[in-house]
Design a protein around this ligand. Structure first.
Ligand SMILES: CC(C)(COP(=O)(O)OP(=O)(O)OC[C@H]1O[C@@H](n2cnc3c(N)ncnc32)[C@H](O)[C@@H]1OP(=O)(O)O)[C@@H](O)C(=O)NCCC(=O)NCCS
Length: 149
């Protein structure tokens, strides 16, 4: 056990995390490997968005308790800071809107501060709209009440 505790921002025990005044649910983490990089030696944005889409869908599926949903929309995506090999990404989500067949999820990905000398960085932030489907592949009411703030 290290005598130097990790940065206080390291949220391994938090159920929710405050990002710019909003509470998000951290769902999982990902270690960036060499195969995730672009030609500039940084995390490839397309790879990151694949992870965001999957993790947000999983979060939404769990919230609504259904497997039958699809991504309808991903909002403007801005890559705020680069991420590199060895960075640990943390994926955080919150429900921002509940419709009849749709749910909107706000996604935030941070590069975690693992060691004391590191600082947390915002990597990307976007909104995703998921739509629940019936057996014919048409939108259906999900009945999810959820809670947004
Ligand atoms: C999901 C799909 C069945 C919805 O069809 P649709 O004709 O848009 O259905 P509707 O117009 O009834 O809209 C369904 C819901 O999506 C919402 N929606 C539709 N277009 C939207 C948009 N541009 N932005 C945000 N929400 C939108 C509607 O508001 C509605 O939500 P609500 O029921 O909560 O009010 C259809 O677009 C589809 O199959 N798309 C492909 C999905 C997919 O395969 N995704 C994986 C990546 S390719």
């Amino acid at each position: 056990m290290s005598e130097n505790p990790p940065d206080k921002n390291f949220s391994k025990d938090s159920v929710f995390q405050n990002v710019n005044g909003k509470m998000y649910r951290p769902t999982h983490r990902k270690l960036i490997m060499n195969e995730d990089l672009n030609a500039a030696g940084r995390l490839f944005g397309g790879r990151l968005m694949e992870w965001v889409d999957e993790a947000a869908a999983l979060y939404c599926m769990t919230e609504i308790a259904t497997r039958s949903l699809v991504t309808k929309k991903i909002s403007e995506v801005i890559f705020n800071n680069p991420a590199v090999v060895g960075d640990v990404l943390e994926f955080l989500f919150r429900v921002s809107h509940v419709g009849r067949s749709s749910v909107t999820i706000e996604a935030v990905v941070m590069a975690k501060a693992i060691a004391a000398e590191e600082t947390e960085r915002l990597i990307v932030q976007c909104d995703l709209v998921f739509v629940t489907l019936d057996n014919m592949g048409k939108p259906r009411a999900h009945g999810y009440k959820g809670k947004t703030d």
